[in-house]
Design a protein around this ligand. Structure first.
Ligand SMILES: [Zn+2]
Ligand SMILES: [Zn+2]
Length: 258
């Protein structure tokens, strides 16, 4: 099924009022807001509770922490924990009023038409959606032997195709950790900047924020911010933290690199 590109201002107006995204040029001028929208808890593959993460974020001096748990179309699994995830976040919002707390999800792309691996009913319950590429949908896994046969250009093209596919889904507010799968599973290191640029340009056109990732974009934040400035693409900050020590990592990376 083809997912059409809709106007973000119509489809997600409620969400956008809570989620703050940033002008890349302002960030380049050193205006780095202390927010982190990409954090995992022990509801999925993170190590700590929601409350432990909130306390750490306050200690670190963040003004906003956003949670971005992994989701799936596996309804049995979602039923096991998702309602408790929402409840824990609500509890922390009441208990820790010194910090803004947002509830998001990280959903992976399932095909090249923009379909995400999550049921719409979960999207309606959260403040924002981070759309990501985790596995190349046409391959069995990231270690598929067929992937090893591809040359650099072919791998770049696949990474680009599926990241552009994430941008076809109007439920997506942020495109997360672009280039992560290429960096982790190919032997070529960081995704080339021209591939980043094609994705950043499209993100600007459809008004989806480009995540600067503390985990995957170290050494790249300056050129990525320049590309976001060139294409008038908003940016988001995310550490992809799975341990307390990594909450707010993206802020440290930006301060170091800008
Ligand atoms: Zn991810
Ligand atoms: Zn993540």
């Amino acid at each position: 099924m083809q997912v059409n590109i809709k106007s973000k201002s119509i489809s997600t107006s409620n969400k956008l009022s809570k989620l703050k995204t940033f002008n890349a040029e302002t960030v380049l001028c050193g205006n780095i807001s202390k927010v982190d929208y990409h954090n995992h808890t022990n509801f999925t593959d993170g190590k700590n509770t929601v409350e432990e993460c909130v306390i750490k974020a306050i200690d670190k001096g963040l003004t906003t922490i956003g949670f971005s748990e992994h989701v799936s179309k596996n309804e049995e699994w979602m039923k096991e924990w998702f309602a408790r995830y929402l409840e824990d976040i609500e509890m922390c919002k009441k208990k820790y009023t010194e910090i803004d707390i947002l509830c998001g999800i990280e959903a992976k792309i399932n095909d090249d038409n923009g379909n995400l691996n999550v049921d719409e009913k979960y999207i309606e319950t959260v403040d924002y959606v981070i759309g990501v590429l985790h596995t190349y949908p046409k391959f069995k896994s990231n270690k598929d032997v067929k992937l090893k046969l591809l040359n650099k250009k072919q791998l770049v093209d696949i990474e680009e195709l599926y990241n552009l596919s994430v941008l076809k889904n109007s439920n997506v507010d942020i495109i997360g950790h672009v280039g992560a799968i290429y960096k982790r599973f190919s032997r070529y290191g960081d995704l080339p900047l021209n591939a980043f640029e094609n994705i950043i340009e499209m993100a600007g056109k459809v008004d989806i924020a480009f995540e600067l990732s503390g985990r995957y974009h170290q050494g790249l934040t300056l050129p990525l911010l320049n590309l976001c400035t060139k294409h008038n693409t908003k940016v988001s900050f995310g550490s992809d933290a799975h341990h307390l020590k990594d909450i707010g990592l993206i802020i440290d990376v930006l301060k170091r690199e800008l």
